[in-house]
Each structure stands twice: as structure tokens, then as C-alpha cells.
Design a protein around this ligand. Structure first.
Ligand SMILES: Cc1cc2nc3c(=O)[nH]c(=O)nc-3n(C[C@H](O)[C@H](O)[C@H](O)COP(=O)(O)OP(=O)(O)OC[C@H]3O[C@@H](n4cnc5c(N)ncnc54)[C@H](O)[C@@H]3O)c2cc1C
Length: 378
């Protein structure tokens, strides 16, 4: 055996794990079936702009150890996520805050906004009572209870139905347990103490993590699995867990996405990195304009062109890119059975979003990799 660890997947989980193991003096080989490292954070430089090829990626966390770790590998800019929503030609700030309430109702004070919201929530409670229900039975009823009819119909219903590919009254209420509303004029989407984008794109981060580590690209673990299992004492697997066990309990369900990448010959297409389209009849959910992740102020006009991506939700079928796990109780129970099989594999460590069948943001993924590496070093 030539290596201590074969790491399947050069995404954040695999790259962080490999980096930490190399620091321990271990010999690591990283393989990825894609032709690039970085997994879904991959952001190549195209005509002077870093394009987030697998959807907008904004780093944010309050975890001090993760902040310290990423800052050793990349310098983060001051990007603050403050998306805009468009509905029937009208613009709204997100997340729901005093700016949104002013745009929706013309209210100017927190007391006025609270009164409007409370009136609409009362209507939703009365409707539930009229139906003889003590609890919301679907996402629509849940959202109406939380934010009332105006916000629901303008900013939530169409977007959510596109995203999930079905009507909101057939979706479980648990999908939106909370819908944060803020009675301050603050468009910063995240409450975390740290957010930004690595200067030079996410590739700077992954290239630094993988520096000095052997990486082989366009290599699928499942094509030659027996041979791969022999190259290292242990295997770290960050691919889909159901595939690892030959789908013996069935496929875990996902939602997929399709990205339409476009170059536009104008310097500033939409004035913001993320614009959500909340109407049901616009087929995409959002347009990303990548230069706004890294150019601010006058710098936006430095290049006469721009790159945009339209993001279309898509049904997932076996073979398509698995993006969002659909964590229904049945799917989670199925994953639990795979997890039990995984626990019996003493030479294989499972981790990352596909092996854990969880939607992880980047920072929690790094946290999982730090923990997994620490456990391994004990
Ligand atoms: C559209 C979208 C937007 C997102 N936006 C954000 C955001 O704004 N902020 C944030 O913090 N997080 C965001 N995320 C989450 C972020 O992408 C993940 O947290 C992160 O990518 C997880 O890293 P990972 O290593 O677990 O998985 P991945 O990045 O998916 O890496 C897994 C790697 O394993 C490889 N692989 C799989 N199977 C095999 C095989 N058989 N053989 C070899 N290689 C294999 C894959 O090719 C892939 O490169 C977003 C995710 C999506 C889908």
C-alpha cells in the first residue's frame, strides 16, 4: 500500500481532511471524478471574473476555529450577502426587514410593520380555526402563520414552488419552521460574525489546502473500486453513501439544478450579486452576477463585460448532479440504514454533504472535516 489515506472527493471535506492528515505526516492521495478540485465551490476565472460554477457560494460562519483555519489559506473580502427579490417588476430587499416592509406596505416604523404583520397572522390563525385545524398541515399554512399573506404570495410561494417542483400546499410545514423577520433596516442576510468571498476565488482556498498533496482528477472511485481500495490503509469517502453500498436500500432522493452561464457585454447587468425571481412563471429562481462577489464601488466598471448565471431548479434522476437532499422522514430513515452499514466499515471514513446526506454550508463542512481529522489523529 502506497498511501495512508485515499481521499475520494476533492471538495471542501476531502481537501481539509487531506491537508490535516498531511500535517500529521501521513501520505495522502486525493481523487475526484470531476476534472477540477474544489467540488461545488469551484470558481474558475473567466475573462477576469471568478464564476461560481455550481451556484452562488458565500462563506459565512461564527465558528472561531473555522474562521482561523480558512484565514490561514485565503484572504476574504468584505462581501456581504444582501439579495434582492423581483416580483412583477417590483424590487424587494431580503431578508425580510424594515426595507422590505416599507417596499411592501409603505410603513416607516417598526410599530407600523409589526401591526401589519400581526393583522395578517391573525387572519391566517382564523382561517386555520375555520378549517378545524390546531396545527398547520402544509408549508402554505405554515408560511401564512409566520409572515401573512402579502409576503407569502409576493416573496415565498412562487419561489418555493419552483424550487421544490410542487405546490406549497403539498409540501410539509416542517420545511419552514422559522422565517426570520427583522424590524431594523438591515439587508445583511446572515447574522454570523464572519462572511466574505476568498480573494482570487475559492480555488485559492482549495489549492492552498491541497498544496503538496497528490491529486488525480477525472478518476471515478467506482470505476476500479477494488483497485482503489488497495492503494491505501484507509479510504475517506465524500461521495454519495447510497452509491457506495450499491443502492441496497434504494436511492436517496435529491433536488437538482441546471445552470445557464452567460457572458453579457455590459459592465453592470443587475447591480447586485444575487437577484431572486419569485414569480412562478419565470422559470429560473435567481440570476447571479458574479463580478459583484469581488468588485465593489467603481471597480465594478473596470471590465466592460460581466458574467451571469441563471439558476433553474430541476428534478433529480439517477445520474444527474445531486444538489439538495430531500430530507423527508422516509429518506432520513433510509439514510440511517446506510449509516449503520457505514459504521461497520473499519477501513472507511464517511464525511461531507453526500456521505452524510445533509445540506451543509461550507463552514459546517469544514467543521466536520476538522472533527473527523482530530478523531483520526487520536
Ligand atoms: C447551489 C448551491 C449553493 C450553495 N451555496 C452555499 C453558500 O452560499 N454558502 C455556503 O456556505 N455553502 C453553500 N453551498 C454548500 C457547499 O457547496 C457545500 O457545503 C460544500 O460544497 C460541501 O463540500 P463537500 O466536500 O461535502 O461536497 P462537494 O463539494 O460536493 O465535493 C464532493 C466531491 O466528491 C466528488 N465525488 C463524488 N463521487 C465521486 C466518485 N465516485 N469518485 C470520485 N469523486 C467523487 C465530487 O465530484 C465532488 O467534487 C451551496 C451548495 C449548493 C448546491
Amino acid at each position: 500500500m502506497n498511501y495512508d489515506y485515499l481521499i475520494v472527493g476533492a471538495g471542501l471535506f476531502g481537501s481539509v481532511f487531506a491537508h490535516l492528515m498531511k500535517q500529521q505526516g501521513k501520505r495522502c492521495l486525493v481523487i475526484d471524478k470531476r476534472p477540477h478540485v474544489g467540488g461545488n465551490t469551484y470558481s474558475p476565472c473567466i475573462r477576469g471574473i471568478h464564476r461560481h460554477d455550481y451556484g452562488a457560494h458565500i462563506f459565512h460562519t461564527s465558528d472561531p476555529e473555522v474562521i482561523d483555519f480558512v484565514c490561514q489559506h485565503a484572504h476574504f473580502n468584505r462581501y456581504t450577502n444582501s439579495p434582492i427579490a423581483i416580483h412583477r417588476g417590483k424590487l424587494f430587499n431580503l431578508p425580510f426587514n424594515m426595507n422590505t416592509f416599507h417596499q411592501m406596505w409603505g410603513v416607516k416604523t417598526p410599530a407600523e410593520a409589526q401591526a401589519m404583520l400581526e393583522e395578517q397572522r391573525r387572519e391566517a390563525r382564523a382561517e386555520l380555526q375555520r378549517l378545524g385545524l390546531s396545527q398547520p398541515q402544509n408549508l402554505e399554512q405554515q408560511a401564512l402563520l409566520l409572515v401573512g399573506k402579502d409576503i407569502y404570495h409576493t416573496l415565498i410561494k412562487g419561489y418555493t414552488e419552483k424550487q421544490w417542483g410542487c405546490t406549497a400546499n403539498t409540501l410539509p410545514p416542517e420545511i419552514i419552521r422559522r422565517l426570520p423577520v427583522r424590524f431594523v433596516f438591515d439587508n445583511n442576510y446572515f447574522n454570523d460574525s464572519f462572511q466574505g468571498i476568498p480573494e482570487g476565488g475559492y480555488n485559492v482556498l482549495t489549492d492552498s489546502l491541497l498544496n503538496g498533496i497528490e491529486v488525480r482528477l477525472s478518476e471515478d472511485f467506482f470505476e476500479g473500486r477494488e483497485e482503489w481500495m488497495k492503494v491505501a490503509k484507509k479510504v475517506v469517502f465524500s461521495g454519495p453513501i447510497d452509491r457506495f453500498f450499491d443502492y441496497c436500500f434504494g436511492h436517496l432522493p435529491y433536488r437538482s439544478l441546471r445552470f445557464e452561464h452567460l457572458e453579457v457585454e455590459e459592465s453592470n447587468f443587475q447591480g447586485n450579486a444575487v437577484v431572486n425571481y419569485t414569480e412562478a412563471d419565470v422559470p429560473y429562481t435567481r440570476i447571479i452576477e458574479h463580478k459583484h462577489f469581488e468588485s465593489f464601488g467603481e471597480d465594478v466598471y473596470r471590465l466592460p463585460h460581466t458574467l451571469i448565471t441563471k439558476e433553474y431548479p430541476a428534478a433529480w434522476t439517477p445520474g444527474a448532479e445531486p444538489f439538495y437532499p430531500i430530507n423527508t422522514p422516509e429518506a432520513n430513515a433510509c439514510h440511517e440504514r446506510y449509516k449503520q452499514l457505514a459504521a461497520q466499515q473499519d477501513r472507511v471514513i464517511f464525511g461531507g454533504r453526500l456521505a452524510d446526506y445533509r445540506y451543509y454550508d461550507m463552514a459546517p463542512t469544514i467543521r466536520c472535516a476538522l472533527d473527523a481529522a482530530r478523531k483520526e489523529a487520536q
